[in-house]
Write a protein that binds this ligand. Structure first.
Ligand code: GTP
Length: 597
């Protein structure tokens, strides 16, 4: 155990995490050139991601320093905020972290938020300035930022180029010297933390774990303490580029278990594995049930495909336990599903997978967060509202609460004013402003999560000319003043277009929505009135005039290829349209509220 080192790499996106991991695999000869080649070929079609580490959630390397052999377990952490609970569990499996900062870019939001997670778990931090081969790198100044941030000495900071390999040997030595060996008791009852899982359609779900105490043996009858389910440890082993089956895995080490589990739901990140014969008295702390944060309706474009959509969602859920769905009906769209996602990125991934892997053409409705409503009749009884149409009648409503986040934004001082204006417009409250250097500022806001869903990233990018990084964490619910904005087409309310909006902005958003819909809905043979209503009150109206000409008319019948192109374009545009009454609505219109600016 004293020769094991468990660590992760924390970095902002593109600062060089995968490149450094690959370089360490080369130096420790974990991957021979032939294996690397074969692996890449195997997975080419399935996963287009480059780099070996992305595909492996944990990878073991052998390393020798001064004649002593060491086992390194490099544990991968997901990079996006949508998956921050998983990051925190991966971090809990480590004793140390390599903090990589791109020496041309400096500290960014994800550097900081992941660093805080690592510090919460008392990890030993090894700061590394990467990309020092680039002429634009600025190790002096970025070094100052790191010193300010973690309070280390300048000589603690390692300089490296993951690209050329310079300095990577020193990183390997520092892992041995600075990161503590795991502690734990091989003879205690088994406690192994599940920090990741991998879907394998032939052998079932593989759970990846770190043994905190005890020893897991092949063939053990094991119990997952939070789900309460029992399995046989059919195969256990360690992970290099491929799986290496083992007879036992002792405390401090990392491994995988295969036990014929078919559904991702049964393997929960954060759960504790123990044995039936000698169970641990308690699970490892910090287990959380991951809850979806963003909800949206997903409907088949072709109403006949409802059952097929259900089957596809069920299959997706087998390997993505954080996806939730339940059948719902919309007066406008018919039968579909209300799906829950961890965040907007997760939602996009699921939609993409439905289309690419299952060949489904779907309409996604306006995403919304999950609200808590309380009625006057029972002021303590929480009603969860995941769909604007479940919003209680304002006449009986006592109060409504919405989820809040703590948002961290790092930007250049030039953009502080613009970022603040945006955040305040988004109902944010500034709670902190720290100058990391004279030129870089960290701003912290409390903000409603719903505002992030609505075009926040894009606006932030625009106003900061790309020089702002952003991260957030949920911080609970707060009371809010929301109203339901409904959209009517030719006086017919379209439930799938309703949204819950803060009262102060509702009229303005109603107006902008009507204008946007007028742009997005193609003209048809008749006039369409587009109205926004709050309760019974119409707050905005736009009129879409009737179509006059055939779209090909302007081609004068002359250029045949041009005409064909136009028709094809029209056909493609039709693919994701829904007929509502006699009005045809394209997919973009359902998401119009996300693109109001
Ligand atoms: P994600 O996997 O997208 O999260 O990014 P990452 O942090 O893993 O970064 P990645 O390793 O993909 O590197 C991002 C880019 O920087 C790639 O184009 C690398 O080739 C490049 N890069 C990484 N390290 C270095 C370095 O030391 N020097 C130079 N010049 N480029 C580097």
């Amino acid at each position: 155990m004293k020769n094991i080192r468990n660590f992760c790499i924390i970095a902002h996106i593109d600062h060089g995490k995968s490149t450094l991991a690959d370089r360490m695999l080369d130096l420790t000869q974990t991957v021979t050139a032939r294996e690397a080649q074969a692996q890449l070929l195997d997975n080419m079609d399935l996963e287009r991601e480059r780099g070996i580490t992305i595909k492996s959630h944990a990878i073991q390397m052998d390393y020798v320093l001064n004649g002593n052999p060491y086992k390194f377990n490099l544990i991968d952490t997901p990079g996006h905020v949508d998956f921050s609970y998983e990051v925190s569990r991966s971090i809990a499996a480590c004793e140390g972290a390599l903090l990589i900062v791109d020496a041309t870019q400096g500290i960014q939001a994800q550097t900081i938020s992941n660093l805080y997670l690592a510090l919460e778990h008392d990890l030993e931090i090894i700061p590394i300035l990467n990309k020092i081969d680039l002429p634009s790198s600025n190790p002096e100044e970025v070094g100052d930022q790191i010193i300010d941030l973690i309070g280390c000495e300048r000589e603690d900071i390692l300089l490296a180029s993951a690209k050329t390999g310079e300095g990577v040997d020193k990183i390997l030595e520092a892992i041995v010297d600075r990161i503590p060996a795991p502690d734990g008791d091989d003879d205690a009852p088994l406690q192994a933390l599940i920090f990741d899982s991998v879907f394998n359609s032939f052998r079932g779900i593989e759970a990846i774990f770190r043994v905190k105490n005890g020893t897991i043996k092949k063939g053990d009858r094991v119990k997952f303490m939070n789900t309460g389910k029992e399995y046989d440890a059919d195969e256990i082993g360690t992970l290099k580029l491929t799986k290496f089956p083992q007879k036992e895995i002792k405390s401090g080490d990392v491994g995988y278990i295969i036990s014929g589990i078919k559904e991702a739901k049964e393997v929960k990140v954060g759960d504790t594995i123990t044995t039936k014969a000698n169970p641990a008295s308690s699970a490892i702390e910090g287990f959380e049930e991951v809850k979806p944060m963003v909800f949206a309706g997903i409907y088949p474009v072709d109403t006949e495909e409802f059952e097929e959509l259900r089957a596809s969602l069920e299959k997706l859920q087998l390997n993505d336990a954080s996806l939730t769905f339940e059948a719902e009906t919309s007066a406008a769209l018919g039968f579909g599903f209300r799906c829950g996602f961890l965040g907007m990125l997760h939602m996009e991934i699921i939609q993409e997978r439905l289309e690419r892997e299952f060949n489904m053409t779907v309409i996604t409705t306006v995403p919304n967060v999950s609200y808590y409503a309380y009625t006057k009749k029972d002021k303590e009884q929480r009603i969860i509202v995941n769909n604007p149409s479940d919003y209680p009648d304002p006449a009986i409503l006592d109060r409504i609460e919405e989820p809040y986040i703590k948002a961290q934004i790092i930007t250049k001082s030039d953009f502080v004013g613009a970022v603040m204006t945006l955040c305040i417009e988004k109902r944010g409250e500034i709670v902190g402003q720290t100058y990391l250097t004279s030129d870089r500022v960290e701003l912290t806001f409390d903000m409603p999560l719903a505002e992030i869903v609505f075009d926040f990233y894009d606006r932030l990018k625009t106003i900061s000319k790309g020089y702002a990084s952003f991260d957030y964490h949920p911080v609970g619910y707060r009371q809010s003043d929301l109203v339901k904005v409904d959209i009517l087409l030719n006086s017919e309310p379209i439930d799938a277009l309703s949204a819950l909006i803060h009262r102060g902005k509702s009229q303005d958003i109603g107006r902008k929505l009507c204008m946007k819909l007028r742009e997005l809905i193609p003209r048809q043979q008749f006039v369409i009135a587009i109205q926004a209503a709050i309760g019974a009150k119409i707050v905005a109206r736009e009129t879409l005039s009737a179509l006059r000409k055939d779209v090909t008319a302007k081609c004068y019948g002359g250029d045949i290829s041009r005409k064909r192109k136009l028709l094809e374009k029209q056909k493609a545009g039709k693919k994701r349209m829904r007929q509502l009454g006699n009005v045809e609505i394209p997919q973009q219109a359902f998401l119009a509220v996300l693109k109001l600016n």
